[in-house]
Design a binder for this molecule. Structure first.
Ligand SMILES: [Zn+2]
Length: 87
């Protein structure tokens, strides 16, 4: 691991990866809004998912991502994350 790289764990596959290979989703502390947060502009409880369909799907299995972010089920969120994958 390189010293100057930031590593985070994917909530779906539990692999540690460099920050830029993961999608960051944050529940903004001030507003409670859920944001896709690639530049860490928003501060709050966050989850990281690999940029692939499999990990995105697994992150939503059994509501895992909702438990981690402590939010209610939110189908729109999955669509938003999918949109990031398609870029
Ligand atoms: Zn993963």
């Amino acid at each position: 691991m390189k010293e100057n790289e930031i590593y985070r764990k994917c909530i779906a596959c539990n692999q540690i990866k460099t920050r830029d290979t993961l999608i960051k989703i944050t529940r903004q502390k001030t507003t409670g809004e859920i944001k896709i947060n690639p530049d860490s502009k928003f501060f709050g409880r966050s989850a990281y998912i690999c940029k692939n369909e499999e990990c995105v799907n697994n992150a939503f299995k059994k509501g895992k991502i909702f438990k981690i972010l402590k939010i209610k089920d939110n189908e729109i969120l999955k669509e938003k994350i999918r949109a990031v994958l398609e870029k």
